[in-house]
Design a protein around this ligand. Structure first.
Ligand code: HEC
Ligand code: HEC
Length: 306
């Protein structure tokens, strides 16, 4: 919304300029001859003379036409805060035209068009749907425009953003679990252990974590940390380190790392904690959202079924 000052400013400049053009045309045609003659204006430039003729009639009419068009345009689309007469359909109602409403109307019209297709896909269970090449193309397009900023175009992820193609799941890889993840989002909550463990404690625990997946580690440190692991970490990562899909605690025994498996990365994770956040697309998509989640989930499911 424009403030009153800017509203007046815009209106005066726009309407004033249009009226000004009209006045200018009127004013300049007044002193003109009515007929074409071969008299010149008396101006001469390098032997080229200017005939003193009236502007061609069609030319002047074109000026008037643009002025009329200008007023018509304002009437249809409005000016500043004043809405024009044009309406578009948003949420089933006719509302005044604004560029935002037009965009909404177009998106809604499109969503309405594709709804039957999405409904058909949504009625097919995911394990079936993955065999439908067309549905997988649609799922891929949804993935490309909504998910690649975090999970990368090939869905293999990057540090902090899980690989979705490897059948190693934080929150479970069944169709239902994937749908749950994408609909409601996920929030990983790995507490910061720096204050609890201290510097040496973090180093020892890093050694223990690396020992779980058979990576090179400091034996003595790992031994020191083992009892502490059972005390502090077991609840989420399990006694054997295999993780838990209920809190999204990664499996620490498989040498697949969300935040890196080097001693430095693990120590950083332990000291500072981690809080990965997967957005809730059930809320982000406001039309056909359940159907879209279904199709993109099928696409994700298909990636790890090869
Ligand atoms: C803003 C970044 C971001 C976007 C966009 C995003 N994700 Fe995620 N996603 C994450 C993060 C971070 C996690 C891991 C959450 C955690 O650490 O607990 C995740 C986790 C997941 C998981 C669970 C993986 C597992 O191992 O259980 C799936 C499935 C998933 N995302 C699919 C998608 C799909 C499909 C889209 C697009 C519709 C998408 N994500 C868009 C950041 C994102
Ligand atoms: C409250 C549950 C909880 C507790 C307790 C917990 N963790 Fe975690 N941990 C998580 C979650 C959840 C993640 C994943 C964070 C994310 O997705 O952003 C994680 C991530 C990690 C990672 C990163 C794994 C990777 O793939 O990069 C390591 C290493 C880790 N935890 C080790 C530990 C250790 C060692 C302890 C005990 C000192 C511990 N955690 C205690 C929930 C927990």
């Amino acid at each position: 919304m424009l403030s009153t000052f800017w509203q007046v400013w815009v209106a005066v400049i726009v309407i004033g300029s249009i009226i000004g053009c009209g006045v200018l045309i009127q004013y300049t045609s007044r002193g003109q001859r009515k007929e074409e003659t071969d008299q010149t204006t008396g101006h001469e430039y390098d032997g080229i003379q200017e005939l003193d003729n009236p502007l061609p009639r069609w030319w002047v009419m074109m000026f008037w036409a643009t002025i009329a068009f200008g007023f018509g345009y304002i009437g249809v689309y409005g000016l500043g805060n004043w809405n024009g007469l044009l309406t578009v359909e948003v949420d089933g109602e006719q509302v005044t035209w604004t560029s935002e409403n037009q965009w909404k109307a177009e998106v809604q019209a499109f969503e309405k068009d594709v709804a039957p297709l999405f409904n058909k896909y949504a009625a097919t269970p995911i394990p079936e749907l993955v065999k439908n090449a067309e549905a997988m193309e649609t799922g891929k397009r949804l993935f490309m425009s909504n998910c690649t900023i975090c999970h990368q175009t090939d869905a293999t992820g990057t540090k902090g953003f899980p690989n979705l193609t490897d059948n190693d799941w934080l929150y479970g890889g069944s169709p239902e679990q994937i749908v749950q993840t994408i609909t409601h989002g996920r929030q990983g909550a790995m507490p910061a252990w720096g204050p609890v463990l201290g510097e040496q404690g973090v180093a020892d625990m890093t050694a223990y974590v690396r020992s779980l997946s058979g990576l090179k580690h400091d034996e003595a440190g790992a031994e020191r940390a083992a009892p502490q692991y059972q005390q502090l970490c077991m609840a989420c990562h399990g006694a054997d380190g295999s993780g838990s899909i209920y809190v999204g605690a990664p499996n620490l025994t498989d040498d697949v790392w969300l935040y890196g498996g080097s001693s430095k990365d693990i120590a950083f994770t332990l000291k500072n904690g981690r809080n990965g956040k997967m957005p809730a697309f059930g809320e982000i998509w406001d039309t056909n959202s359940a159907q879209k989640v279904h199709v993109v989930s099928a696409y994700i499911y298909s990636l790890s079924q090869k």
